[in-house]
Design a protein around this ligand. Structure first.
Ligand code: SF4
Length: 476
């Protein structure tokens, strides 16, 4: 397994085509906009060495010790350990560490390719197994590329005015396929070695070309990465206290453009089996939605700590109302964590051997996250006060003319450094910013996507039967 620095070096050996703010980046992994996200992902490599009990597992493919981020969920214990791992890394970085999308994609493709082969006599699963063995051996970081740009959402992919608005197969050759289209909001894509392309929805036979799953190297010919903007991202160029921690905020999302990218046969894991595309999406979504009670709990632990410390600096920590608000934050965070552990504990084994979290609980967790992260942020804002949005800049604090005055007037509790107070304020500001909140709302699927699954899994008919029997409403 690689260390963090080895991971960064492995990225620098690649030559992806990356754009940011209209410019092609010649050394993307040294650019200040990207460096915090690369650093955060590198923590997943370093912690595998310092916390092997949490971040490593034994590969059932080879028997070797591998990163848990390349491991198949081979038991309930694996799933519960994964949630614990996400909380731990969330606590270490205080932000999104990106690598979980890949392991969920690995498990979704593993199980779905198995099902396709069994039904259709194809050999996708064998190909994927070979690919996964390499991923495990070389400790490859995979991004999960699922969300298409979607154009007019009232129209199916094949009915769009521009048929490329969903990624599709445009050519089938004897030795592979050619894909075209774009995927957007892709977490950690720019600093992943491989992109696991997956369909975004199930499709009927006329949309078969949109049912495509494959692996594409980040620097494959025809791939363009456009790194997205975030709230306050100019601050990364400034450095100093205002840019927050060295780990950045959320996952460094990108838009990926596939401009007639050739994918050799051995890297193709679904090519037209639209009836299995929805299954793949649902499984991926269940695993990834279950994660959110783990990683967000870890992030919230840091946010809670920062909020409590700021209350201490402000001299309000002893106030019963402030304590009650902090208690409410704890309650919201632990509710989500409990849901993630619960969805893992109730997992069921799939035909391919790996275990799928309970989809109802997983979707409920994510639904709660879409609300609770906002509520936690609101409470942090409430306790932190207006200074979270009005604190003067780092440059003003560094000014020879006014810096001393600012330090004098922004002092808090005696003995607490004003610069540390500013760091707390900036961390809370960033981790409750628009980028962070929108990620919690729409990451792993928007709220309505969870509600669709929740209603389906909620099994109202069965519950109506229960009501009839318990209440005694005639014959059941
Ligand atoms: Fe992992 Fe959480 Fe980031 Fe998703 S949002 S990639 S689960 S850290």
């Amino acid at each position: 397994m690689m260390t963090g620095p080895e991971y960064v070096q492995s990225l620098k050996r690649r030559r992806p085509r990356v754009f940011y703010k209209g410019e092609r980046l010649q050394a993307p992994y040294d650019h200040p906009a990207l460096v915090p996200h690369v650093r955060t992902a590198s923590v997943t490599y370093d912690l595998a060495h310092s916390h092997p009990d949490v971040l490593t597992a034994t590969s059932h493919l080879t028997g070797a010790k591998v990163s848990r981020f390349t491991h198949l969920f081979w038991s309930v214990d694996d799933l519960v350990k994964k949630i614990g791992m996400l909380r731990l890394i969330g606590q270490e970085t205080g932000t999104c560490f990106q690598r979980c999308v890949g392991v969920d994609a690995i498990n979704a493709i593993w199980s779905t390719s198995f099902d396709i082969d069994r039904a259709k006599g194809t050999d996708y699963h064998v190909r994927f197994r070979r690919f996964l063995e390499r991923v495990q051996r070389e400790d490859v970081m995979c991004a999960g590329a699922m969300t298409d740009t979607k154009g007019d959402r009232s129209l199916a992919p094949w009915k769009q005015a521009d048929p490329d608005l969903y990624v599709r197969i445009v050519e089938r050759r004897a030795d592979g396929i050619v894909i075209r289209g774009a995927k957007t909001h892709i977490t950690g894509a720019v600093n992943s070695h491989e992109l696991l392309v997956m369909p975004t929805l199930g499709v009927p036979p006329e949309g078969a070309d949109y049912a495509v799953a494959c692996a594409v190297p980040i620097d494959a010919p025809g791939v363009t990465v456009v790194f997205g903007r975030q709230t306050n991202d100019e601050r990364k160029m400034e450095g100093g206290v205002d840019c927050g921690t060295s780990f950045g905020i959320v996952g460094g999302e990108s838009t990926l453009i596939f401009d007639d990218v050739f994918v050799p046969t051995e890297r193709v894991f679904m090519a037209g089996e639209g009836e299995f595309a929805g299954l793949l999406v649902d499984r991926f979504a269940a695993w990834h939605r279950a994660n959110y009670g783990g990683c967000k709990a870890g992030n919230a632990d840091v946010l809670l700590g920062a909020t409590a410390l700021l209350a201490e600096v402000n001299g309000t920590i002893g106030n019963a109302i402030v304590k009650d608000k902090l208690t409410e934050m704890v309650h919201l965070v632990e509710t989500n964590f409990g849901g993630s552990v619960g969805s893992s504990a109730l997992a069921k084994q799939l035909a391919a051997g790996n275990w799928l979290v309970d989809p109802l609980l997983a979707n409920t967790v994510k639904q709660n996250v879409t609300r609770f992260v906002y509520q936690v942020a609101r409470l942090a804002h409430d306790i932190g006060g207006g200074i979270l949005s009005t604190l003067p800049s780092d440059a003003d604090f560094q000014s020879a003319e006014i810096g001393g005055l600012l330090r004098k007037y922004f002092a808090g509790k005696q003995g607490f450094d004003t610069d540390d107070k500013r760091k707390l304020i900036r961390y809370i500001e960033q981790m409750t910013s628009v980028s962070t909140l929108v990620e919690a709302l729409h990451g792993a699927g928007s709220p309505q996507a969870q509600r669709i699954v929740m209603l389906r899994q909620g099994n109202l008919q069965e519950k109506a039967k229960l009501a009839r029997r318990v209440i005694g409403l005639g014959k059941v």
